[in-house]
Design a protein around this ligand. Structure first.
Ligand code: SF4
Length: 291
């Protein structure tokens, strides 16, 4: 059996950088006898979170910080790593008040979206974020403005655009949404709002992994998609493999490999943007030993 990796797979620049910063913080905390936390799970991958936990990097309840409710550990002199999705200004100032030192691992692309949102708001434009209102990135950008709105479908965009027709509007997309979904919302605003801007904030990382997967599907008999079951971009990779018509499995670890997978002559492997390299390596090695 031949195992072929997608030409682009696994951790994106932003998640890789956040993970490296957390590891550096763990080493420093170990040497100094201090503590290190991440603002919510750093990565949408349970194995990567468990790996960091084994180094002493604990997960803080981001909701408890945002809402000021719930139990929190003593954060005086502790370091808190902000994940690639970023955090709201209110959350950052609350962490400061609690005595934490902040290690900002917000992805530079997300920082750009936060800056754009503040910029348009200062100009008096209505900021409209296009994406999932429950996603950490959208919640974070929202918290850099005082009155931004969120839209997640063309239907919702239509209701909003009709109300905002005389107001200048700036659209900012969640970095990980599909270009087609953003374009559909842009089209609605263009048709109803006199003065509007649509910023190009979609990150190419998701698209590159999608394209590499589709190319690979044409060369293999089956696909393994590796990544957290809670990772949206991994779920989308799996859906695309199915659409390509190849048998596919979405797995998190090597323990989910099945004997039926080794009956194929060529099997492809790809991984979502939050999957650490060690998991992909382990799966590839275990699979080749099963033949
Ligand atoms: S997907 Fe893109 S924007 Fe999001 S963390 Fe990765 S590199 Fe940054």
């Amino acid at each position: 059996m031949q195992i072929i990796r997608a030409r682009v797979l696994g951790m994106c620049m932003g998640v890789r950088r956040a993970e490296e910063l957390a590891r550096e913080a763990a080493t420093k905390a170990f040497q100094e006898g201090s503590r290190v936390y991440t603002y919510g799970p750093l990565i949408h991958n349970p194995q990567a979170v468990a790996d960091l936990e084994s180094l002493g990097v604990h997960v803080l309840d981001a909701k408890a910080i945002e809402t000021g409710t719930g139990e929190l550990p003593d954060l005086k002199n502790a370091a808190v790593v902000i994940r690639a999705h970023g955090a709201s200004l209110a959350a950052l100032s609350r962490l400061h008040e609690l005595g934490a030192s902040i290690i900002d691992a917000t992805c530079p692309r997300v920082i750009k979206s936060q800056r754009l949102a503040r910029h348009y708001e200062k100009l008096g434009w209505q900021v409209v974020l296009v994406g999932d209102p429950h996603h950490g990135e959208i919640a974070g950008i929202l918290g850099h403005t005082s009155n931004a709105l969120v839209v997640d479908s063309p239907k919702m965009a239509l209701q909003m655009a009709e109300k905002l027709k005389d107001h200048p509007c700036a659209l900012i997309a969640q970095t990980t949404i599909r270009q087609e979904d953003y374009d559909a919302v842009i089209e609605v605003f263009q048709a109803h709002v006199k003065n509007m801007a649509a910023e190009k904030t979609i990150c190419p990382a998701t698209r590159e992994r999608q394209r590499a997967l589709i190319d690979l599907c044409g060369q293999v008999d089956a696909m393994l998609i590796v990544g957290g079951k809670n990772s949206e971009n991994t779920k989308r990779l799996y859906a695309s493999a199915i659409e390509c018509g190849v048998p596919a499995w979405h797995i998190e670890t090597a323990s989910e490999l099945k004997t039926e997978m080794v009956k194929f002559a060529r099997i492809g492997i790809t991984a979502g943007a939050s999957t650490p390299d060690f998991i992909v390596d382990e799966i590839q090695e275990t699979l080749s030993n099963m033949v």
